[in-house]
Write a protein that binds this ligand. Structure first.
Ligand code: HEM
Length: 289
């Protein structure tokens, strides 16, 4: 029966349309497709007596991990597209990467509502677990080029994660693929960059800075490359903003205390702000104009 729209409006209710599916006994529902029964039953607070704020802590971490999963998916694809000389498609991927990064950074404001007193109620139940042990976070770092073989050993207890990271360590990063792309396009990328041991942390090469200096001196002649450089700088900038917001939240929650993962805490995290993925793209800025 179709209700009179005016009557429904005055009753402040929305009548369901006839075509709307209601019987999911034999059809796939929203919850079926998304496996919400599994997803929403994966939050298991450990505090005893139960602490109200532990669910926030768990959900914030789990949602971060979901976004990291998508970030890895997009970064892997961007890297493959660059390797296949599909630059516009790779840039499309990076556009999405940047939005995911913004979401990850913005969501710190939710956890920032956790006071030191509230965190102190949960901390004993976290034991030695720490975001430092996030395999997906390391995968993102490796994909972007922040290689560190020591990080692989943190996952000795988890053969799947360890193998994944070991493989990414040995593969070229997004930036390595960009350098190879530039080489194929005729740019004078130094052999030291092209032949580098990709398992090692990326080190700045001054000859590559000179290549970018030419791009930035005459952007219109190098538009696709110039645009890609700026996209990469956006990605690094966004990554640093995530690190900084994490640092700020840690500082307001535990101050100068050590972390559950065993580090010095804020001091250790602050040192990550000195790490860079694309050093030449920052060095070139001093040479423009
Ligand atoms: C109140 C909440 C949080 C506190 C107090 C905190 C504290 C810390 C501390 C002290 C470290 C250094 C390692 C250690 O000793 O444990 C760390 C590392 C880390 N945390 Fe958090 N964290 C919080 C929330 C989060 C959230 C929500 C995420 C999201 C996934 C996260 C991800 C990470 C990552 C990826 C690292 C490694 C960073 C690096 O290696 O530079 N943390 N955290």
């Amino acid at each position: 029966m179709t209700a009179d729209p005016d009557t429904a409006r005055s009753a402040n209710r929305r009548d369901l349309e006839q075509g709307i599916e209601r019987d999911f006994s034999r059809r796939m529902s929203y919850g079926d497709y998304l496996q919400l029964d599994r997803l929403l039953s994966a939050q298991h607070p450990l505090s005893d007596p139960p602490q109200h704020d532990e669910l926030l802590f768990i959900v914030q971490h789990q949602t971060s991990e979901l976004w990291l999963k998508l970030l890895i998916h997009e970064l892997r694809s961007a890297r493959a597209l660059l390797a296949a000389d599909e630059l516009p498609q790779a840039l499309k991927r990076l556009a999405r990467v940047k939005h995911i990064q913004h979401t990850l950074t913005d969501q710190w404001s939710v956890l920032a509502t956790l006071t030191p007193s509230e965190y102190a109620q949960i901390r004993p139940f976290l034991a030695t677990s720490s975001g430092f042990q996030s395999a997906q976070y390391r995968e993102v770092e490796f994909l972007l080029g922040n290689k560190n073989a020591d990080m692989v050993e943190v996952f000795a207890h988890d053969p799947g994660a360890r193998a994944e990271l070991q493989q990414l360590l040995a593969e070229p990063s997004l930036y390595d693929e960009f350098a190879r792309y530039l080489h194929r396009r005729g740019y004078a990328v130094p052999a030291a960059v092209l032949d580098r041991d990709v398992t090692q942390p990326y080190r700045q090469d001054d000859d590559l800075v000179s290549v970018f200096a030419e791009v930035y001196a005459t952007p219109h002649e190098h538009w696709g490359v110039y645009e890609t450089c700026e996209e990469l700088v956006d990605v690094e900038d966004n990554f640093q903003q995530w690190r900084f917001r994490h640092l700020q939240v840690v500082q307001r929650t535990i101050g100068q205390r050590t972390g559950t993962g065993g580090s010095s805490g804020v001091h250790f995290l602050r040192r990550a702000l000195d790490l860079t993925f694309f050093p030449e793209l920052y060095a070139v800025r001093a040479q423009v104009g």
